[in-house]
Design a protein around this ligand. Structure first.
Ligand code: AMP
Length: 467
């Protein structure tokens, strides 16, 4: 059985599944061909894709239960799919995430000159990797210098496979890492970052562009626990122009109002229904897609948003897309004061009268001052709140300005590491680390508590937005 991430609705879903991954394997081969066609030298190097597995639990009637990525990575298919990886399957399968992350980074650093692509299924994992590297680079360099793996890596399979890759002491490489790990040059031959940055995940674009020095961000697939939908035939296109070409052999695809895949029309919006090989019948996935074109006769879709993730205080409906647009505009304000956002989520606070939108932000200084203290400029953050409000829909602005039915937008700055804690919270409730996406909007009281406990400062917009 497969358990979905459930970070959007708050409740993981459980589906029947088998360990037949032939379809995914064929999509993976297609992706490899596409990448080597578009990215020069892709086939000559190694890929460093961060992945983690979960323990497999059992359902009350004894069936194995895990997130789909875990099942795939523990299956025999995975071995043939990962020939050019910097890490071995033992490291990915290590049940301790911290040990696994450390070993994945160490192997990646040792093979840094061969790495052509860095990635993770979803970008929140990459942000964690960056934080982890900033914390552990000295220790990683020491291990490389001495050729000896830190003692706290106790997983024997990990130790064995890392030791082979680590090899003899390598002081030259350790010196290089010392020089460059503080900058953005840890993997100098990297040609692209493979992680999904369409839809909700677009909020990670600024932080990834910053740390990668604007390498192309490649969103390869559109997939869910229910099925694999499609692939991106133009991997180097800008995130806002990415479309996924549906692979009609992956499942039987229809859309709400019972429109068949062959009948969709250019420019129209649709919500997919999936009938898959494992027995799901017309299962509603909850995503909204728009037809952008056709490859031969296979429709291509842009991911628009999750259907039900909206903020609303009164009658206005703020969609994910509205929020992402506002975030992109307000990011300019942060940029101007050398701040970068590393985590974002929000909720509609209706405990105040009138209710108001609350945005939780984890920020980081672009220039590492050597201290962990973040300098927050009141003027900049109030301006940030105002730009957010100006960028929201006209119904929001009217309700806020004319009718006074929505209160001033609030930004709560949270401590470094808060979004890691939020992920841990969701993981403890059954979400998969590899499939985890920070929910753009939070409804669960317990999840909000995780954020509230770490609030450093609060800022409010100080004027009503123009209508
Ligand atoms: P899960 O089944 O928990 O892995 O979540 C699947 C959901 O992740 C999908 O229904 C989408 O909402 C989201 N998702 C997956 N792939 C993409 C993509 N390429 N772009 C945007 N969102 C995606």
């Amino acid at each position: 059985m497969v358990v979905s991430c459930g970070t959007s609705s708050g409740n993981p879903k459980i589906f029947p599944a088998t360990d037949n991954f032939e379809n995914i394997k064929s999509a993976d081969s297609l992706n490899s061909l596409i990448m080597s066609k578009h990215v020069d030298g892709y086939n000559q190097g190694k890929v460093m894709i961060f992945r983690f597995t979960h323990p497999i639990s059992t359902t009350p009637c004894g069936l194995p239960l895990a997130p789909v990525v875990t099942i795939l990575m523990k299956s025999k298919h995975f071995l043939s799919m990962e020939k050019r990886s910097t890490i071995s399957k033992e490291i990915i399968r290590c049940p301790d995430k911290k040990q696994s992350m450390y070993c994945q980074l160490l192997c990646g650093l040792v093979q840094r000159d061969e790495v052509v692509s860095v990635g993770a299924s979803f970008p929140s994992v990459l942000v964690q990797v960056i934080n982890f590297l900033e914390k552990y680079w000295k220790e990683l360099a020491r291990n490389i210098r001495s050729g000896h793996l830190s003692e706290w890596i106790t997983d024997l399979s990990c130790r064995d496979s890392v030791s082979i890759i680590l090899g003899e002491p390598n002081p030259e490489l350790a010196d290089l890492i010392k020089k460059e790990c503080t900058g953005q040059e840890s993997w100098p031959k990297t040609k692209c970052i493979e992680t999904i940055v369409t839809g909700t995940l677009a909020q990670y674009i600024p932080v990834l562009e910053f740390y990668s020095n604007k390498l192309p961000l490649v969103s390869k697939n559109y997939a869910s626990s229910e099925t694999f939908f499609g692939i991106n035939l133009n991997p180097l296109s800008k995130p806002e122009h990415v479309s996924y070409t549906f692979l009609p052999n992956m499942a039987y695809f229809e859309f709400i109002d019972i429109v068949d895949l062959v009948d969709v029309k250019l420019g129209h919006y649709y919500e997919p229904l999936v009938t898959n090989y494992y027995g799901l019948h017309r299962c509603r996935v909850g995503d909204v897609l728009q037809v952008t074109g056709f490859y031969n006769t296979a429709p291509q879709f842009r991911f628009v948003r999750r259907k039900n993730t909206v903020l609303s205080i009164y009658v206005e409906s703020t969609t994910e897309e509205d929020l992402l647009k506002a975030l992109a505009r307000a990011a300019v304000v942060l940029e101007s004061s050398d701040l970068i956002m590393t985590g974002f989520t929000c909720y509609a606070d209706i405990s105040t009268v009138p209710g108001h939108y609350v945005f939780y932000l984890e920020l980081k200084a672009k220039v590492n001052s050597g201290t962990n203290v973040l300098l927050l400029d009141n003027k900049v953050l109030v301006e940030y709140c105002c730009v957010m409000e100006e960028s929201l829909s006209s119904s929001y602005r009217t309700l806020r300005r004319q009718d006074g039915l929505i209160g001033a937008l609030e930004v709560r700055i949270v401590q470094k590491g808060t979004f890691d804690s939020l992920m841990k919270f969701f993981v403890s409730r059954g979400a998969s680390i590899t499939q985890y996406k920070t929910p753009i909007c939070i409804n669960s009281v317990e999840a909000l508590k995780v954020l509230e406990d770490k609030v450093l400062a609060r800022f409010f917009s100080d004027k009503s937005p123009p209508i």
